[in-house]
Design a protein around this ligand. Structure first.
Ligand code: A2P
Length: 302
């Protein structure tokens, strides 16, 4: 298998770059500059979310970039996400409009439901006050946004297979993308295969696996493979995901790493196989406070 084209086609025909810049935990004063550096380096896909708390700064940076003439709005693929406190049907559009306002754009390329979890409005994000709002009700509001043309595609995040099956059976518009945590310690191959079989593209968040302890980047198999190809561990794990058709959005605020993280290469099948064996199911990829919902049980079921 070779590294696929750098642009993937979504189920509505829209194109999506296979790598982008993640912006979670890119702090104030950092994210705007990271975006400028990334775009200079050739990134055309920026993954963000309302809850990251940095869309305003991203918006300011984008305006400066557009004014400089370096790229136009239509050259970029911008993603944002609906946070859990805004699932109530009357709040979905309001929250979406806030994102457009903060980003200072007329549309986003992809709008996603951040979690299949509804939490009470105005609660602290870490407050586990859940609301019984059917996912399909939130999705219907997102379908309206899609039909308005202000989101060129709509998708979901953190959806396990059973919730995708349920959504697909009820939705008018099938999600274009499912974004989940994916790296060699959490490959979730069954979920990736399910999505691809249903023409849903998959984006890997935390593709460098730096949230696991120990880090995937220090795994001896990864460092051995890196040595063999004269590449860095980050390039190995990112190329491994891209090679199985998964979009990656590594976050960095450092120029050298931004460049490092966009350089993909083809791994021999024997090395793909080696990496496929190192899963440790090191962590469950959902917050502890969501455990009581009992809906993410198959996430680490590879
Ligand atoms: P920094 O922003 O200081 O570069 P992920 O996107 O998988 O969650 O990983 C993001 C984390 O990995 C950030 O802490 C980021 O730090 C770090 N990181 C980004 N690129 C690399 C790299 N090439 N090698 C090692 N660490 C990296």
């Amino acid at each position: 298998m070779t590294v696929p084209e750098k642009i993937l086609t979504l189920n509505n025909g829209k194109k999506m770059p296979i790598f982008g810049l993640g912006t979670w935990q890119s702090g104030p004063g950092e994210v705007g500059n990271a975006i400028k550096e990334a775009i200079k380096a050739g990134y055309r896909h920026i993954d963000g979310a309302l809850i990251y708390g940095n869309e305003k700064e991203i918006g300011v940076s984008l305006q400066e970039i557009f004014k400089s003439g370096e790229v136009k709005r239509e050259d970029l693929f911008l993603t944002s996400k609906l946070w859990n406190n805004f699932h109530r049907p009357e709040l979905v559009l309001e929250s979406f409009n806030q994102t457009l306002k903060d980003l200072q754009v007329e549309y986003v390329d992809l709008y996603m439901m951040h979690w299949p979890v509804a939490q009470a409005p105005l609660e602290e994000q870490y407050n586990a006050v859940f609301e019984n709002i059917p996912i399909i009700d939130t999705w219907r509001e997102m379908e309206k946004i899609y039909k308005s043309g202000k989101a060129k595609a709509i998708g979901v995040c953190n959806f396990p297979i059973h919730l995708l099956e349920d959504l697909i059976s009820k939705a008018e518009i099938i999600p274009a993308v499912n974004q989940v945590e994916l790296h060699p310690y959490l490959p979730q191959q069954k979920l990736v295969d399910f999505c691809h079989q249903h023409n849903i593209q998959v984006t890997a968040y935390s593709p460098l696996g730096t949230r696991t302890n120990p880090s995937v980047l220090n795994d001896s198999v990864i460092t051995e493979v890196a040595k063999k190809y004269n590449k860095s561990p980050a390039q190995v794990v990112l190329s491994w995901n891209v090679q199985r058709g998964v979009i990656v959005i590594p976050k960095s605020t450092h120029k050298a790493r931004l460049l490092e993280n966009m350089s993909f290469f083809t791994l021999a099948q024997e090395d793909m196989d080696k990496i496929n064996k190192i899963t440790t199911r090191a962590r469950a990829c959902y917050p502890e406070r969501f455990k009581v919902l009992n809906i993410f049980t198959d996430f680490a079921d590879n």
